[in-house]
Design a protein around this ligand. Sequence first.
Ligand code: S3P
Length: 176
Amino acid sequence: MGSARRRHVALIGFMGSGKTTVGQLVAERLGLAFVDTDRLVERMVGLDIPTIFAHEGEAAFRAYETEALQQALQGSPCVIATGGGLVTVEANWDMMASRALTVWLRIGFEVIRRRLQGSVDRPLLHGDPTLQRAHALYQSREPLYRRADVWVDAGQTPIHVAKAVVRTVHVDWQAH
Ligand code: S3P
């Protein structure tokens, strides 16, 4: 398993699917750096995500997010937790296609609903207390998440999910 064969690991999935928690565990286990595109955007812009959405709108956020992904993919292989909507921009798929193993943290909406109740730092959930709009968004995005190279059941504990991701990464690194 030579290092030249290793590619990045990009975790994709809906808000609340555990990309950050699982990503940190996976990075630790693989001895790789961890990058969260949301945090990278906040550092680049110097504002938090709700403020970016409020002042500049979603389209501007998406452009920053693409820039953050590009930065993350430039360095040596790392584990990338992507924002839930990163999959909606085709250019992001083009960038990830050759350089990252994409892993969908797949989880049913009812679990997500429980996890997202009371979340205050996600602008797309503002004014949606019953998460009805979030549910529609989840359904519209599911076909995009399905495009991932591998799917992992994210309805288990983070450590179990992380172990499953690590297994798929090892298979990927052996195959490339
Ligand atoms: C978004 C998900 C968020 C963040 C932003 C938009 C989305 O990330 O990028 O609020 O469009 O689903 P998480 O998936 O990490 O919550």
